[in-house]
Design a protein around this ligand. Structure first.
Ligand code: HEC
Ligand code: HEC
Length: 220
């Protein structure tokens, strides 16, 4: 009991000592600076401003929430994403994620990416947005009615993502090239949703509707 009290006292005393030295510089600012340095590697495929590159199959990552970027980088590192032999783009991204050595490296680059202004990609696919709006109704629970995402349900922002990337990911979820790893609980949820889109036409239509969404900055 007295040891415990002593411990509490010592902790309180050292907190006072730290406070006396003045507050440390904000961790977020340090992270972002470190993330900017790590981002040099990413820019080759995702672009200087994170707007993505269709020839490289690299999505827009600018403005994706930090929690989502962090989670996906961890999935690539652990093999929960980019595991399928026919997932060419996933297999290209995996070694990039493993090049980030520590959890701090991952967190810092995620913090940097989250601060880049979201992209507004040009349309490349044709679909029926009106039909897509009806198909999107169940999606909005996890991705937000404005496509801005929902952190509590781990649904990422979809607004601002190029249409070819959205389509490619829906195809991967449906085939099991993404979301089928046994430890990937959030991927499994999304797989179930992708399987409700009966054919490519339904996918093109829902993607055409997502393209019309303009999630506000607050949704990040
Ligand atoms: C060699 C090209 C290349 C480089 C370099 C690269 N990426 Fe990627 N990245 C990709 C591709 C291709 C994908 C799409 C994978 C897929 O189709 O599933 C991707 C996907 C991602 C995703 C998933 C986005 C989403 O919406 O789910 C994130 C996050 C990401 N990359 C972050 C990074 C970061 C951070 C770096 C730098 C450390 C980086 N990438 C470097 C090619 C690259
Ligand atoms: C139960 C919640 C939930 C619902 C409903 C849902 N999703 Fe998702 N979706 C997720 C989660 C979680 C992820 C991220 C999966 C991961 O962690 O890899 C995701 C990922 C995605 C991605 C990949 C985004 C990227 O940046 O790589 C697309 C595209 C997508 N969802 C579209 C849809 C569409 C279209 C619907 C409706 C047909 C839908 N989702 C319904 C939870 C959901």
């Amino acid at each position: 009991m007295s040891f415990l009290r002593l411990g509490v006292f010592a902790a309180a005393a050292s907190a006072v000592a730290v406070a006396a030295l003045g507050p440390p510089p904000p961790a977020a600012a340090q992270d972002v600076a470190r993330g900017a340095a790590h981002y040099q590697l990413c820019a080759a495929c995702h672009g200087d401003q994170g707007a993505g590159s269709e020839p490289r199959g690299a999505p827009a990552i600018a403005g994706l929430p930090g929690w989502y970027v962090d989670a996906q980088l961890r999935k690539f590192r652990s093999g929960q994403r980019g595991y399928a032999p026919d997932d060419e783009t996933g297999l290209q991204m995996r070694p990039m994620a493993t090049a980030l050595r520590t959890d701090e490296d991952v967190a810092s680059v995620a913090a940097y990416v989250a601060r880049l202004p979201p992209a507004a990609p040009a349309p490349t696919l044709a679909g029926d947005a009106t039909r897509g709006q009806a198909l999107f109704a169940p999606c909005s629970a996890c991705h937000g009615p404005d496509g801005g995402g929902n952190e509590a349900l781990k649904g990422p922002r979809l607004a601002g993502q190029p249409d070819w990337y959205l389509l490619a990911q829906l195809v991967k979820f449906k085939s099991g090239a993404r979301g089928a790893h046994k430890d990937d609980a959030t991927g499994a949820q999304m797989r179930a949703m992708a399987s409700t889109l009966v054919d490519e036409r339904a996918m093109l239509d829902v993607v055409a509707y997502v393209r019309t969404l303009r999630a506000g900055e607050g949704a990040r």
